[in-house]
Design a protein around this ligand. Structure first.
Ligand SMILES: Nc1ncnc2c1ncn2[C@@H]1O[C@H](COP(=O)(O)OP(=O)(O)OP(=O)(O)O)[C@@H](O)[C@H]1O
Ligand SMILES: [Mg+2]
Length: 284
């Protein structure tokens, strides 16, 4: 299906920043992150198809689209989990397309880790402390080790307070229920202090009372005008309450990009891309 006319967009020339923010971020601000013609093929299937988009500091962009649209794959490309078939990823003016995940993380592209790939047998506190430590990457100074340890511990505790896990700091990660694991993922992301925060359905599988903790944190991160937030989200009430801008992926292609109210209100987008009844507007 063709893109709706009002949201149709063409890929920019490779040297130009793509997309104009519709939300709070100044259109004059230099993009913090750009994808230019970003593409990945799996055999004959193009999962992400020439996506050109620029994300500015101070902007929270929701990425929506039907199941299988390519949202998670787009994140996998940006964070370095998958190498693109074509296209570029530019972070703060620097081409980072081919950098491995660890280098991208160090440069400030932050994506919630799968906790299973961290230290499931260590405690919640230890996992966050290690993330704080990884970010600081200071050399070992034997004389200051103890005070440093206390400092790291205090920073990790402050983060655990923010994600409402302080009371569970001594539990092993493996023993945490799903909702707490998702909160810890966000905590570890906070500890790494990225410039670009990427959340892929951060509240999926959470109980209703846990969701506000995560949404409030995302709101808090968004207050920092130096950060860029990308949020893949199906729940339209969440999208409405958080987005400065919405982009829509469909069959791997960017088919809409604009002001949240306009994108959501578009009947074509609602029906074709979100699969939503026009009045209801809630996917989950
Ligand atoms: N490693 C892979 N190998 C082959 N195909 C893949 C791979 N990763 C993703 N795909 C395919 O790419 C397409 C996009 O998948 P993706 O997971 O990015 O969709 P999504 O928009 O995140 O969907 P959902 O809303 O269900 O999470 C799908 O058709 C998927 O099967
Ligand atoms: Mg996905």
């Amino acid at each position: 299906m063709n893109a709706p006319a009002s949201f149709a967009r063409t890929a920019p020339a490779p040297s130009q920043p793509a997309g104009q923010p519709a939300g709070a971020a100044s259109s004059a601000a230099r993009p913090l992150l750009e994808t230019r013609g970003l593409t990945i093929r799996f055999g004959g299937h193009v999962a992400v198809n020439a996506v050109s988009c620029a994300f500015r500091p101070g902007e929270l962009t929701c990425i929506v689209g039907p199941n299988g649209a390519g949202k998670t794959t787009y994140f996998n490309l940006i964070s370095g989990q998958l190498p693109p078939t074509a296209g570029q990823i530019v972070l703060d003016g620097e081409d980072v397309t081919r950098l491995p995940v660890s280098h991208k993380t160090r440069r400030g592209i932050g994506r919630a880790f799968q906790l299973t790939s961290l230290f499931p047998q260590l405690s919640v506190l230890e996992n966050v402390r290690l993330a704080v430590q990884a970010r600081q990457q200071r050399g070992i100074d034997l004389f200051s080790m103890w005070s440093r340890h206390r400092d790291l511990q205090a920073q990790a505790m402050a983060i655990l307070e923010r994600v409402a896990l302080a009371g569970k700091r001594h539990l092993t990660v493996a023993s945490l229920p799903h909702g707490d694991q998702r909160k810890l993922e966000v905590g570890i992301l906070l500890a790494l202090q990225p410039r670009v925060f990427m959340f892929d359905e951060p509240t999926a599988g959470m109980s209703v009372d846990e969701v506000p903790v995560i949404l409030d944190l995302i709101r808090e991160i968004r207050q920092d005008r130096s950060k860029t937030v990308l949020l893949v989200e199906h729940k339209m009430d969440v999208v409405r309450s958080l987005a400065d801008r919405i982009i829509v992926l469909h069959n791997g292609a960017l088919v809409a990009d604009g002001d949240p109210a306009e994108v959501i209100a578009s009947p074509v987008v609602q029906q074709a891309y979100l699969g939503l009844p026009e009045e209801e507007g809630d996917h989950a």
